[in-house]
Design a protein around this ligand. Structure first.
Ligand code: MN3
Length: 200
């Protein structure tokens, strides 16, 4: 068996015009699928590891045999990061609840948080992600390169943006700033709030 690519909980055009249908389709059925396939290939001879939750693999990479550790880090990371990302996307949801209060307390205001998050996302050099995580019960914004996950550093993801070019290039080409700005219209704050409440 191994790991599977789950269908999205919404249609590929659900995030239009902020993220276009074609980008979502290619991102999910090609890019995300490739991480799942390569993870399964890497774990081919490791039946016991295949039964683990992918997040648990990524949390404890040292327990993964050295000969497949990089492959699991990259492709397991790709799988867990994208699976998380799809769930925090939904159009036209307002920031609410405990997470909004915590953001305002931590960053001074929602706008200051947004500014810091946008700047971090624009500032990622090359491919990677920007995250809002809970680290020792404190919210923080962090960047990861490639498919690295905050889980490997013991931090709990609350929200994230994929800033690999494949996430935006068809519509925005090199204008990552426009994609990041548009992203703020498609954050599923209900889900983000749930992530936060589960983490504290
Ligand atoms: Mn991606």
């Amino acid at each position: 068996m191994g790991y599977e690519l789950k269908p999205l909980l919404y249609d590929y055009d659900a995030l239009e015009p902020y993220i276009d249908k074609k980008t979502m389709e290619v991102h999910h059925t090609k890019h995300h699928k490739a991480y799942v396939d390569k993870l399964n290939a890497a774990l081919d001879k490791y039946d016991k590891l295949k039964k683990k939750n992918v997040g648990d693999l990524i949390k404890d990479l040292n327990s993964v045999p050295e000969e497949i550790r990089i492959a699991v880090k990259n492709n397991g990371g790709g799988h867990v990061n994208h699976s998380f990302f799809w769930l925090i996307l939904k159009k036209d949801v307002k920031p609410i609840g405990e997470i909004l209060e915590a953001i305002e307390k931590r960053f001074g205001s929602f706008d200051k948080f947004k500014e810091e998050f946008v700047n971090a996302a624009i500032g990622v050099f090359g491919s990677g992600w920007v995250w809002l995580v809970l680290n020792n019960n404190e919210l923080e914004i962090m960047k990861t390169a490639n498919q690295d996950s905050p889980l490997s550093e013991g931090k709990t993801p609350i929200l994230c943006i994929d800033v690999w070019e494949h996430a935006y290039y068809l519509k925005y080409q090199n204008r990552r700033n426009e994609y990041v700005e548009a992203f703020f219209n498609i954050i599923n704050w209900d889900k983000v709030n749930e992530n936060f409440k589960n983490a504290i």
